[in-house]
Design a protein around this ligand. Structure first.
Ligand SMILES: Cc1ncc(COP(=O)(O)O)c(C=O)c1O
Ligand SMILES: N[C@@H](CCCC[NH3+])C(=O)O
Length: 419
């Protein structure tokens, strides 16, 4: 399999297109995705699960461009959503709403109504109060809502504290101690139909064991419920599988799924997964151009046109993503130094990388790797900067899938007060 992003004659390519050529047409910063990479990463889940009942619901929050959703939908993907905005994106992308699971700690009445009208697969409810709300809205529509309860298994995902979600001090889900009572309530409500149990213990996990520990806690609850006549049809283990940004060694999707499958052998349970990062992260890069070099006696700053508003992960989590030249100069012309790659935003925390050994000149084009997940979706207009363009490469074709924002886009909806 050819790599989605690789060098050919010292030029970075996205599939069969030189990144420099994409830059000529679309400028920077620009998110560039590989269709083949999205497809291959999704199919890794599908293939590993083909011998068991399953549904792979891509987590829309990782990358919600409708072209991305459409590519995955054509392969049969379901979707994990957390807002009506994400739901409408699935609809706009031609996605199958009967394969949608609705996660999130506080779904509004309007969101629940729309989801019921569109006939989603199920709601992943996170509290007693939310069960009441879903029951009420379903009742008003004369419907019965299929629900799963998100159980918080109190397992250490061994990841960054901001993206760990399955500990009892986290806001997510229902505690193991309260789960049975909560299921009994749900079972008794007229407009709810209990179908599943879910958990999501965190993101960028590089070990299988926390998933297994979480699953074992959930299976115990499933067994107790069965004794009370409450049948759980599916087990949704959320997303969370990590990717390689630097030197991490996450398990391969097939090994991860095999370990899970072994654990549920002999049980009549459909498996659901909600992967985001492991499908999207390494299917995308973000380009950025060096504006100025600013060497000082303390630090060498390279001021680039990409900033924290375009890619927040380094500023928010101190996340490390590889930053590489789009064109590599011949060895004899190389002059490498340690550079801090900083953006034009008025924040000290505005950087994409620190102490990176690079050979840089003003005007050079760089690529931030592994930017396909939680890149564009977490971008903003901070400092009134237009959000980046997004393109999808498919073989030797380049499709613009989101035009660069303009000031007109930004000003839409704002108005002066008339006095
Ligand atoms: C409920 C839920 N499901 C799925 C995901 C996707 O996780 P990841 O991108 O780590 O696969 C998230 C985000 O962490 C989530 O909160
Ligand atoms: N946005 C995070 C992951 C959080 C996942 C959402 N539950 C990241 O970039 O790593």
């Amino acid at each position: 399999m050819t790599q989605a992003f690789e060098y050919r004659n010292n030029q970075l390519f996205a599939e069969n297109v030189a990144v420099q050529d994409i830059h000529q047409s679309y400028g920077s910063p620009c998110y560039i995705y590989s269709r083949a990479a999205f497809e291959n990463h999704f199919l890794a889940y599908e293939n590993a699960l083909q011998d068991v009942p399953h549904l792979v619901c891509y987590a829309v929050k990782a990358n919600s461009n409708i072209a991305v959703l459409n590519v995955l939908s054509k392969l049969g993907a379901g979707f994990d959503i957390v807002s009506v905005g994400e739901l409408e994106r699935v609809v706009a992308a031609g996605g199958d709403t009967s394969k949608v699971v609705f996660s999130g700690v506080a779904k509004t009445e309007a969101e629940i109504k729309r989801a019921l009208e569109l006939g989603i697969y199920c709601f992943n409810a996170e509290s007693d109060a939310e069960l009441d709300r879903i029951n009420k809205v379903a009742g008003e529509l004369g419907k019965v809502a299929d629900i799963s309860l998100r159980v918080n298994p109190d397992v250490d995902a061994k990841t960054h504290p901001y993206i760990s979600t399955g500990l009892k001090e986290n806001k997510f889900g229902i505690s193991v101690d309260q789960a049975i009572a909560c299921y009994q309530r749900a079972h008794a409500l007229d407009h709810l139909n209990v179908v599943g149990m879910d958990c999501h213990i965190g993101s960028q996990l590089t070990e299988i064991q926390p998933f297994i520990d979480a699953m074992d806690r959930l299976l115990k609850i499933i067994d107790s419920l069965a004794e009370q006549g409450i049948v759980i049809e599916h087990l949704d283990l959320g997303g969370g599988l990590g990717v390689v940004y630097d030197d991490e060694q996450p398990p391969a999707v097939a090994d991860f799924i095999d370990a899970i499958k072994q654990r549920i052998e002999g049980r009549n349970l459909k498996l659901i997964f909600e992967p985001g990062r492991s499908i999207a992260a390494n299917a995308g890069i973000m380009t950025t151009q060096v504006e100025f070099l600013k060497p000082t006696e303390h630090k060498n700053f390279a001021i680039i046109d990409g900033a924290m508003n375009d890619l927040l992960r380094p500023s928010l989590y101190g996340a490390w993503q590889a930053i590489v030249p789009v064109s590599i100069r011949p060895d004899a012309e190389q002059d490498t130094k340690l550079w801090d790659l900083v953006g034009p935003v008025c924040e000290t925390g505005d950087f994409l990388g620190k102490d990176r050994e690079l050979d840089l000149q003003a005007g050079d084009l760089l690529a931030v790797k592994s930017a396909g997940a939680y890149g564009f979706t977490m971008s903003s207009n901070y400092n009134s900067r237009n959000r980046a363009a997004e393109v999808m490469v498919d073989g030797d074709k380049v499709h613009l899938i989101r035009q660069r924002e303009t000031i007109e886009h930004q000003l839409t909806g704002e108005q002066l007060i008339n006095d």
